[in-house]
Design a protein around this ligand. Structure first.
Ligand code: ZN
Length: 238
């Protein structure tokens, strides 16, 4: 699944490897479909109505500062624990939101060709390091007599990305939610992202990006439909 090597460079070269990596990621995700899933529910924990405990985060951040050898009482750090607590409440607000709330309304429209929303920018946090991964989601679907409001899919991306995440899970949750909650004939999700846990630390590969995809319905069943969406997303890159 992981295509950690430099798939896409800032100068736009090495494009063929992007396409290959994408196709391979897609087939591997398909293989995962058959297996049991231990992923948390994409609906989130909002139903449990857990409020973010700001004081607890602040206490923990103060402990981290002490543990790394800092003085949390020096002037520059005095407000840091509270500030970080508010930041976590903001970047993890999706934990307390139900993405299905954005998918209630469909618009009747006689249109049954593919619709594609490209370049939905998002920032999420990898659950392994709590460091951001930043990227773009491309979401296509084939309507079944009704279309999804244009702003709805980006809102769902926002909810799902504002949680401790894995890019693979974000990709599949998005595809499954749209497939289950909307009356559509197929869904394709491709996500490209740069993971700061890889770019600023660890292997330190600043130009690397990670591509994942998930295909459902017609996109999974028909190679031509799948090829069409890939060429629409990556254009001349393929
Ligand atoms: Zn990570």
């Amino acid at each position: 699944m992981r295509t950690n090597s430099s798939l896409k460079h800032a100068n736009g070269q090495d494009n063929s490897s992007v396409a290959q990596a994408t196709a391979s990621a897609a087939s591997e995700l398909e293989a995962l479909d058959a297996g049991p899933s231990s992923a948390p529910s994409p609906v989130g924990v909002g139903a449990k109505a857990q409020a973010v405990d700001l004081d607890r985060i602040a206490r923990a951040v103060r402990e981290i500062l002490i543990a790394v050898g800092e003085d949390p009482d020096r002037e520059g750090l005095q407000e840091t624990p509270d500030r970080v607590a508010r930041m976590y409440a903001e970047v993890f607000q999706g934990l307390h939101q139900d993405p299905r709330g954005h998918l209630q309304k469909l618009f009747t429209q006689k249109y049954d060709e593919m619709e594609l929303i490209k370049d939905i920018r998002f920032v999420s946090f990898c659950e392994h390091h709590l460091l951001p991964f930043i990227g773009r989601a491309h979401v296509a679907y084939i309507p079944n007599g009704k279309v999804i409001g244009l702003s709805k899919i980006p809102r769902v991306v926002d909810v799902l990305s504002k949680r401790p995440q894995m890019q693979e899970r974000l990709t599949e949750e998005l595809a499954d939610l749209l497939m289950k909650e909307q009356d559509v004939k197929g869904v394709a999700v491709v996500i490209e992202a740069s993971h700061t846990c890889m770019t600023i630390r660890g292997v330190n590969k600043p130009d690397s990006s990670f591509v994942t995809s998930a295909m459902r319905g017609a996109f999974k069943e028909k190679m031509a439909t799948r090829s069409e969406v890939m060429s629409l997303i990556f254009g001349s890159k393929i």
